[in-house]
Design a protein around this ligand. Sequence first.
Ligand code: EPZ
Length: 419
Amino acid sequence: MEKFLIRGGAPLEGEIAAGGAKNSALPALAACLLTAEPVTLRRIPRVRDVRTMERLLEHAGAAVEHGEAGVVRVRAEALGTPEAPYDLVKTMRASSLVLGPLLARAGRARVSLPGGCAIGARPINLHIQGLEQLGARIEQTHGYIEATAPDGLRGGPVHFDRITVTGTEDLLMAAVLARGETVLDNAAREPEVSDLAALLIRMGARIQGAGTSTIRIQGVERLAGADHTIIADRIEAGTFLIAGAITGGDLIVGGCQPEHLAALAAGLRQAGCDIREAAPDSLHVRRLGRLRAIDVTTAEYPGFATDLQAQYMALMTQAEGISFVTETIFENRFMHAPELMRMGANIRIEGRQAIVAGPTALSGAQVIASDLRASASLVLAALVARGETIVDRVYHIDRGYERIEEKLSRVGAQIRRVD
Ligand code: EPZ
């Protein structure tokens, strides 16, 4: 199993760039199932979850080709087996994103229930309720969702009891081919939802309000192919901004849209960093002396992203004072805390709240990654820890970060991948 060997202490300096957003690439690839024509997607990151989604598309009958760096061409001329098998779904919860498109295009879908993951139960009941609102008949048997809509889906009102990102995306993709109008109420406002809507509109869908809590969709007969470049990965970019802050470096983070990182930038400024736009798509981060402990509470976009919570907690171990890190989205997203404590961090968990006392001198240790963003948190802590850290099970980090060790090495980090 591959590991990272990291020696801490080097401030990161220079330029580093985020790639295309993993959480845009996944729904965009699923959307290719909605048309028989070829779709070209650009800036697709070569990460494990993208490969899993590509295998799901091929299993359903689509052809997937890779062009020059970051270009993927998908053609779903006919969907022979509209299903997502357990052996693929169990490795990636976001597989539920094929449910809406398969149902909309083929009139039926058989998708394995995802099961839980490290950060929580991750149910998809809201996806199912929404699809039933559009006329789908859905049963759950033997760990699979069997969905049918023999005479197609019909538009209607869908209300989400709580905001769900992939739930909104699944319903968006189902509604674009439904008969009549669909209104998604309490929809997710994440930039990745807006990016998916932009692709669907390029394919001929009629959508208003993406990026707001109410999205209106007028169903159309069929969708055409398209050529679409997905947005930059705000979570990868945010991870690099925190890397610059935690190492006391001076870093320009390219490939990021500053408005997507407003909540993190506000937190970093309050904590004592200088963050400024270096160009329309890049931010410059420098630490201005000692870090201050600043509380954060995760929330749906445009609030502080839950996907940056673990990375921010690593930073707060180096800040002066007590900080409260509150996680409101997932019920078990503090798996990184015990590993950070093994490196010397002073953290107490009380329900949804982590109380971090700093600054503490971290020392390198053998640590184990448990999920994608917890892994990133351990890498950040290792960059500032005294001595060597071994981060095991780095396949978790490869799910959402493309060659992170190469990118970090180029700005001064002492990190290498070993078997
Ligand atoms: C998306 O997951 C992201 N994944 C996650 O990123 C991200 O953490 C999450 O949104 C929140 O921003 C992708 O976009 C592929 P949710 P998703 O549905 O859609 C509950 C990463 O690290 N819920 O918005 O699965 C759910 O349990 C990943 O890149 C239901 O109860 O998250 C959670 O508590 C991790 N029923 C809350 O809602 C449902 O049917 C928000 O989940 C759906 C969700």
